[in-house]
Ligand binder design. Structure first.
Ligand SMILES: [Cu+2]
Length: 195
């Protein structure tokens, strides 16, 4: 038995007709969203090769063989980014942020912090811009085994054209005072993330 002709499915309401050509049409009832959903997960072992996904520039602070995992989910309510590490120095505070450029030969290659509203004054040390609502801050304190994790939750999203490209791990926790906000010292390690 031959099944019913496809055309029979195409006359169910005015909107169904637009989908009969085969192209994927969005539902007319869907809520418009200015931020497309976006999701990424990275798990990597720190190495010293600039081509590695996770690179250590200072193996005393971030040893070769230490592990990092980063996840980022952008949806209608904003973005949640999580960082988990293990194998770092025990009982130690590290700063960490999303940065605008990919990892490179040195920690500086990752450029400044990704900001939702970009500070017209660079480098940005103004708490009005350098803060954990306008940037992705992932500071963490490791436990006695060198493991730690952090979560950042912001109200804005990444998309294909406007996104961070790395997470830098810094040598100390992030400062918040005017004139030094966002600073966290040297950049011992970097993780490439396609936010
Ligand atoms: Cu940073």
């Amino acid at each position: 038995m031959r099944s019913s002709p496809i055309i029979g499915l195409c006359v169910i309401g005015a909107f169904a007709l637009t989908a009969c050509g085969g192209a994927a049409a969005s539902s007319p009832a869907a809520t418009p969203s200015s931020t497309p959903d976006r999701s990424v997960q990275v798990g990597a072992t720190f190495g010293t090769d600039p081509g590695d996904v996770a690179i250590t520039y200072d193996p005393a602070l971030v040893p070769v063989g230490a592990r990092a995992a980063v996840s980022s989910e952008t949806g209608d309510d904003g973005t949640v980014v999580m960082l988990a590490v293990r194998g770092l120095q025990p009982d130690r505070r590290y700063g960490a942020h999303a940065h605008v450029e990919a990892c490179g030969d040195t920690g500086d290659a990752a450029g400044p912090h990704f900001q939702n509203e970009v500070d017209p004054v660079q480098p940005s040390v103004d708490p009005a811009y350098a803060n954990p609502q306008n940037e992705i801050w992932l500071d963490l304190t490791t436990d006695s085994a060198g493991a730690g994790n952090a979560t950042a939750d912001v109200e804005w999203g990444f998309d294909r054209d406007r996104r961070a490209k790395s997470v830098i791990i810094h040598e100390m926790g992030t400062a918040t005072a005017p004139g030094e906000a966002g600073k966290a010292g040297a950049r011992p390690a970097c993780i490439n993330v396609e936010f």
